[in-house]
Design a protein around this ligand. Structure first.
Ligand SMILES: CC(C)(COP(=O)(O)OP(=O)(O)OC[C@H]1O[C@@H](n2cnc3c(N)ncnc32)[C@H](O)[C@@H]1OP(=O)(O)O)[C@@H](O)C(=O)NCCC(=O)NCCS
Length: 253
């Protein structure tokens, strides 16, 4: 019987602390290249634009990469001869080594947690009585995630997370990488919520209404639509609508 094909790449977290300034600069550069590629190849899939982000200075890119209330995971492909194994991701240093050794194929960022109060949602267009998590992150039609969230007390509270920036290079698609990036994000959310002693944790995602492929991928992983038309101030001018999905992540293993 033929042995199963190895998975297409490893999912590697970008450490929050990268000791070597040169390693940090290289990782910031790799992140910037793949993020701008995503904005340029699939502009309709993102609320942000290539025009805006290509103007970011180095500090802005660096704050994306080592964000105290965000965690980015990279799908890294083997760059040739060397085999990369999941077991190699033992600590920050080995993660940095893998990030610098391999080829970056895809990205996902988990933002949060922020405190979510189920009472605070009194807006319209809801499809169900369930809480609409995106209200923890979108205020006055704009994304609004306070840095204070990093120091909030989550003891016994509902910890809300949001997934942003999911992108896989066109040539690496349909190999399960996005599914693995999302599953790794869900595991990270579970661990973070547990570490912070939250009593509930959930993830929100917003998808362009035309992005049926991403929506069906999320739905297959247990996300459900809570809002068909969240209105955002568009970076392209005017307003745009996105579909809101969410999923509770069980804190107990
Ligand atoms: C949406 C996106 C992230 C999906 O990435 P991906 O790595 O191709 O996703 P997956 O491989 O996990 O799943 C995609 C499809 O491949 C299929 N697939 C997964 N593994 C497979 C394999 N080994 N062989 C064949 N097909 C496979 C999945 O079943 C899924 O099928 P579907 O499209 O019929 O639902 C990618 O298309 C992308 O970057 N798009 C542009 C940006 C974007 O839309 N981001 C989301 C913003 S919310």
């Amino acid at each position: 019987m033929a042995s199963p094909r190895p998975p297409a790449g490893l999912i590697v977290p970008i450490p929050r602390t990268i000791q070597s300034p040169t390693d940090l600069d290289n990782i910031v550069q790799l992140y910037k290249t793949l993020r701008l590629e995503g904005l340029s190849v699939d502009p309709a899939s993102f609320s942000s634009t290539f025009e805006q982000e290509s103007q970011f200075d180095y500090e802005t890119w660096q704050s994306r990469v080592v964000n105290p209330i965000g965690r980015t995971f990279v799908a890294v492909g083997s760059n040739g001869q060397e085999q990369m194994q999941v077991e190699d991701i033992e600590d920050n240093e080995s993660a940095v080594r893998l990030l610098l050794k391999g080829r970056w194929l895809g990205l996902i960022t988990v933002l949060g947690p922020v405190l979510f109060s189920e009472q605070s949602d009194n807006t319209s267009t809801t499809l169900s009585e369930k809480p609409r998590l995106h209200t923890a992150f979108i205020k006055n039609k704009r994304y609004d995630i306070s840095m204070d969230a990093a120091n909030a007390n989550f003891d016994g509270a509902h910890a809300a997370f949001m997934i942003v920036g999911l992108f896989v290079l066109p040539q690496a698609r349909r190999k399960g990488l996005a599914g693995r990036l999302i599953k790794t994000s869900m595991e990270y959310v579970r661990e973070e919520a547990q570490r912070k002693h939250a009593n509930k944790s959930s993830i929100a995602i917003q998808v362009a209404p035309t992005n049926a492929q991403a929506q069906s991928l999320y739905e297959r992983l247990g996300f459900y639509v809570t809002d068909k038309a969240i209105v955002l101030t568009s970076q392209r001018g005017g307003e745009e609508q996105v579909v809101g999905l969410e999923k509770e992540v069980r804190i107990e293993p």
